[in-house]
Design a protein around this ligand. Sequence first.
Ligand code: ACO
Length: 323
Amino acid sequence: MIRSVVRAVGSALPRRIMKNSEFEATLDTSDEWIAQRTGIRQRHIAGPDETTASLGEAAARAALADGGLTPVDIDLIVLATSTPNNTFPATAVEIQHRLGMRHGFAFDLQAVCSGFVYAVATADSHIRNGLAKRALVIGAETFSRILDWNDRSTCVLFGDGAGALVLEAHDGEGSVADRGVLAASLRSDGTHKDKLYVDGGPSTTGTVGHLRMEGKEVFKHAVGMIADVIEGTFAQAGITADDLTWFVPHQANKRIINASAKKLGIADEKVVVTVDLHGNTSAASVPLALDVAVRDGRIRKGDLVLLEAMGGGFTWGAVLVRW
Ligand code: ACO
């Protein structure tokens, strides 16, 4: 059977680093509050010349270089983002153009913070169905552009950045020993749409709008939903938490990450945490964390890696990959 194997990984971050303490000048908050409640110490913020397309392109180029590939080798681009450069065309098509590609196809996928997990599962389906042989799967965001910088309960949480994987078709045996995407579980439930949303859009206000969140409500549902999809992927693959080499969760809040790992029986030393460095970069958070853990030598060929995310909608999902 065809398996979608990770060939390469890359990432890109805006030049400017914003420390927690910088909020103290304009908001009633502190480095201590932010670090204690979320684990975040800093985030990167895009400058005027940095956009979702430019960061996505840079992450894509880094992944291509990592794999010894050029844009000619790619026939699909899936970009997970909630902060596209324009309402349309898809920012994925702009990235395709920036890469000098006039072949293949590219589209955006919108599942907020779960976007990258959805995008990996979607690219995997296209590869297994024979629609593509080699896909760039990108998560890129500029959430700084949709934050209300006067709302301390949200603006301290998010950051900008991009990460990318190259997935390519390989033959597999059909067992859990195969390299590649082994299982995926995706969910959504619009009952919760008003707990985390942007209060604008093309068809309602005609404006871009700002992010609004009932943080406590999101927190309350997060751990149970995350556990639910992870148990789904474990059942599909016939494995348990003990079989995992690495757990790479969506980086929203250290407390949610710790509580989820504990509920699932995943040992602390298997959890990749980068929320301290990047804040919550929505669809970019999982590939940014993957890139850090691959670069520093933690994630290696043959490792069993679990990706997970939960976000606005609500949407949530998990993907199991043998690296
Ligand atoms: N600095 C200081 N105080 C603050 C700040 C701040 N930046 N923000 C809120 N507070 C205050 C609140 O006003 C409240 O004060 P009050 O008690 O006087 O009313 C107090 O701190 C406690 O607020 P809570 O909201 O109860 O704080 P909590 O411990 O729940 O932490 C947080 C808030 C960090 C937002 C948490 O709820 C959380 O992480 N929620 C989940 C967010 C998340 O995971 N999102 C993921 C998806 S993101 C996506 O899809 C785009």
